[in-house]
Design a protein around this ligand. Structure first.
Ligand code: HEM
Length: 426
């Protein structure tokens, strides 16, 4: 398929007539998002009953108010009593208790977890990982450079964050395949699109992940090394009069989040960034000529093709937003991807512009207390990835006939399923 034949958006219809699980809509949501922002920035979706929040200002209002809009959506998504949910719970009972730590916790618990994890995931540690990131990027490129072709997601984008975090979690190379499988299963569990068998398999994989890392945490607690996993076994808030560390269930929940939140997001961001550059050759040329443009190019591509499309919140009380009544207990979907194209915040918001002054105001890493804890690592990985790719290769283009430009079916995470590219050595 050529780029001209790439998937097209569904016909424009009334907002209440769209089915939010329509694959065509998930594939090409931009017109729908525009309609949402302009006609009903707070809209109760008839398919899911959720309140969709799509304009920039209101998304900020929601995520800055964690007292009213809670992140304890884990419970809300898990608490149905269907036979399938019971089967999932049975499998889960063979592992460790699911605790709500960072992403799915509210203050004051969230504050404590965030402070503890910040100690393990400090900016200093990320800065120290720079050389390792560069080594890993080069090793991955070595694996495909002689072919002149690469499937950028599986042969590059997914490997980079996975190897970086695997090294920090003490996973040996021989276990990387398993590590990849667990990461995929976490994503499948979150997607809301996996069929029941896949969900059951994902739950089995998660139990396997828990037992594997429970052992590793024990080893690291006894013999700490210089990495994130060792830090997680040692951190306390003793300086604030709280000598408690993290227990195993909490450590596992945090490790799980580092995998879920860090791997596929970064992988998709790299692929979408390259796609945007190839479809905007003048801007590709400008970045090649001036690497100083790379950081803003990354921000602009996160804005334009946001991997964390949507995120959930739960209303803790009856409230009103944008004139729409929201009853206590309702699920909200904050639409980061839609808000990032809001033309009230970003002039010509549907256009890709690597020189955009306020590109970094995007919400791809969220905002407020849950702002992505891995954002500096992700930014660092992407900067090094593009710089080294540009140093070693040039003339990037789509491989004719191999791309359908389709996106993985996933409610929260948006990104292409594959991208076959050809290039020349620099
Ligand atoms: C381009 C890559 C990434 C994107 C787009 C991204 C996006 C996000 C977003 C939007 C949130 C906020 C969720 C909310 O509003 O509730 C978030 C939170 C989080 N991210 Fe990332 N992320 C990325 C990379 C990473 C990496 C590399 C890690 C760690 C290895 C990571 C770990 C986390 C964690 C643990 C949270 C929860 C923080 C909290 O609730 O306090 N992310 N991320």
């Amino acid at each position: 398929m050529s780029i001209a034949e790439a998937p097209k958006p569904p016909a424009v219809q009334k907002l209440e007539e769209y089915n939010s699980f329509d694959p065509d809509l998930m594939e090409c949501p931009f017109q729908y998002w525009k309609q949402l922002r302009e006609e009903a920035p707070v809209f109760q979706d008839p398919t899911t009953g959720m309140f969709l929040v799509s304009n920039y200002k209101m998304v900020c209002d929601v995520v800055r108010n964690p007292t009213l809009f809670s992140n304890k959506f884990g419970l809300a998504l898990r608490n149905d009593d269907s036979p399938h949910q019971q089967k999932l719970r049975e499998i889960a009972s063979e592992g460790y208790e699911a605790v709500d730590t960072m992403l799915t916790a509210d203050p004051p618990e969230h504050t404590r977890y965030r402070k503890l994890v910040n100690k393990a995931f400090s900016p200093k540690r990320v800065a120290e990982m720079d050389k390792d990131i560069e080594r890993i990027v080069n090793e991955i490129i070595d694996g495909f450079i002689d072919k002149g072709e690469v499937e950028l997601l599986s042969e590059f984008g997914q490997l980079l964050p996975l190897i970086v975090i695997a090294e920090q979690l003490g996973v040996p190379v021989s276990d990387r395949k398993k590590f990849r499988k667990w990461s995929d299963s976490f994503i499948a569990q979150l997607s809301m699109m996996a069929d029941e068998d896949r969900q059951l398999q994902a739950q089995r994989d998660i139990v396997e992940f828990q037992h594997y890392f429970a052992e590793k945490l024990k080893e690291k607690a006894a013999n700490p090394t210089d990495d994130i996993i060792s830090d997680l076994t040692q951190v306390t808030l003793e300086d604030e009069g709280d000598p408690r560390g993290l227990n195993t269930a909490e450590q596992l929940s945090i490790l799980q989040q580092l995998l879920v939140a860090g791997n596929e997001t970064t992988a998709k961001s790299i692929v979408e960034g390259m796609y945007l550059l190839i479809t905007h050759p003048d801007q590709m040329k400008a970045v090649y000529e001036d690497y100083e443009l790379i950081p803003n190019m990354i921000e602009e591509s996160l804005r334009m093709l946001t991997p964390t499309n949507n995120m959930y919140r739960v209303a803790m009380d009856d409230t009103e937003l944008g004139g729409v009544k929201i009853p206590k207990g309702s699920m909200l979907m904050v639409k980061y991807g839609a808000a990032n194209r809001d033309t009230d915040e970003f002039a010509d918001g549907e256009e890709f512009d690597i020189r955009r002054k306020n590109a970094r105001s995007h919400l791809a890493f969220g905002m407020g207390i849950h702002t992505c804890i891995g954002n500096s690592l992700a930014r660092q990985e992407m900067k090094v990835a593009f710089r080294v790719l540009f140093d070693r290769t040039k003339n990037w283009r789509f491989v004719e006939g191999k791309n359908d430009f389709r996106h993985s079916p996933n409610v929260l995470l948006r990104g292409m399923e594959k991208l076959h590219l050809a290039f020349d050595k620099a």
